[in-house]
Design a binder for this molecule. Sequence first.
Ligand SMILES: C[S@@+](CC[C@H](N)C(=O)[O-])C[C@H]1O[C@@H](n2cnc3c(N)ncnc32)[C@H](O)[C@@H]1O
Length: 276
Amino acid sequence: MINDIKRLKNILTESGIEKQEAQAEIDFILKYFLNIKLEDIILGKKMDSNLIKKAFEIIKERAKTKQPLMYILGFTIFMNNKFLVSKDTLIPRVETELLIKTCQNLINKNSKVLDIGCGSGIISIMLNKLKNCYVDSCDISVEALKIAKANSQNLKSNVNFFQSDLFDNVQNNYDLIVSNPPYIPLKIKDTLQDEIKKHEPHGALFTNDDLGIHFYKKIIKSSPKYLNPNGYIAFELGINQAKFVKDLFLSNHFQNIKTFKDLNDIERVIVAQKLE
Ligand SMILES: C[S@@+](CC[C@H](N)C(=O)[O-])C[C@H]1O[C@@H](n2cnc3c(N)ncnc32)[C@H](O)[C@@H]1O
């Protein structure tokens, strides 16, 4: 059995995938697909032969197509919960946990929240589960919304999903508008890893402007109509975008602007308040 695990890793490294990444992917397969600990294999515990066979198929496909592992598996783990993903949704990133944790401190169970660009639904679903508050959640992509709804059902959350191009179909007012919008300038597409640029949905990643701030600008400008007095906006940010988004908030008369750094010391989250 331990030899099977070594062979799985070799298939990945021989296809050109970095050793560290290959190890992380094998660890993920062991924990969340084969449901077994390496120690148990070493101690001689048998694995289900059908599952091992399937693991070889998955890893061979990963090596051949270079599709992200999570798309081949059809799920990822985010904040200890299993979320379905598909080629129509961004694969949730660990950075987004900081956005969710920041939002947690801005709301309570009576708050009304809007998540713009929900993708697989991670932000909406986690905020609803953690705070038991009302959450509306929209995306322009009908296909992404199907995945978000399935996740909400699987995780027993209560989120109201609907299709909308930004605020087009939004009808309520909110205490918090949260978004992790597309923020990568299209002009730097070629600098991204193939896994990202060839497989993740372009509509979830890229903006046409040079700074990647198109969506922040649009959301901030339209938001006053949809915010309750003293309501907040919270965004995830791309690298070096904090100063530009801060200026957008200031020029639209938002106050109490705060940024939060991720583990790599990057200003990753920004929050601002619309005072009465
Ligand atoms: C960076 S992804 C974030 C997905 C998810 N919230 C997350 O954090 O993993 C951005 C999402 O915004 C959606 N989106 C792009 N343009 C949009 C628009 N004009 N209106 C609403 N959603 C949009 C994309 O379909 C995508 O799901």
